[in-house]
Design a protein around this ligand. Sequence first.
Ligand code: FES
Length: 267
Amino acid sequence: MSSTTDASAGRARISARTLRKDRWWLSPAVQGTALVILLGYVVVRLFMRSYYFVPEYGYLTPLYSPCISTLCTPGSSHFGTIFGDLPVWIPLPIIVFPILLGFRATCYYYRKAVYRSLLQSPTACAVAEPAKRYGGETKFPFVLMNYHRYFFYAASILLLVNTYDAVLAYFPPGRGFGIGLGSLILTANVLLLWGYTMGCHACRHIVGGRLKHFSRHPLRYKAWTLVSKFNGKHMQWAWASLISVTLTDVYIMSVSAGWIPDLRFFN
Ligand code: FES
């Protein structure tokens, strides 16, 4: 008599897609919808080429930072310009988009969200997937998932640039020190991005991996313990930081376009 756990017996032959009675589809549906909306917004903004900088207060949206083309609005290129004119089909923040997309798309949490909600592979535990074969992550584009650690390095440099932008937002040109709602929003956004980036699984491995004895590496153990705390809430940090990048951009676009004034608290 064969065992029900015998791998050679294959999957149980059940015609129903699943026998689950709970709302297993709800979480993937919500996450997939939110991802499509936010990604669509970001893509539209990256190609807009306008309303990304507020010269009066030095606010630069994280979606255009660093802006390194000669087409960038004067004052917005905090790190100089490397590129000349870029054709309209290339986003002005030419290095930001591939790094942001690569870092988030290969993130362990977003992989789970995308596989479940958009690729249906599978949608939930104990729910049959439409695909007949499983190809793993050995072919393009899925093979790029193996390069997450390199996207982490690039995104960390980008985050340092965003942090610098947030500090600059407290020093509006020609005014000295000043605080506006925009500077506070940029700061909150950077803190959320730090929380997300520090909790990265690659970061955790870099900090505390490949060790045989934590007792011989007390500093790395402390760093690993700290990173692990962020890592434990990685999904929450992922969503909070993605939403905050979007809202920060919405605010800066609104001020830059003159739809709303910046709320100034000091100077
Ligand atoms: S695992 Fe999510 S950012 Fe690295």
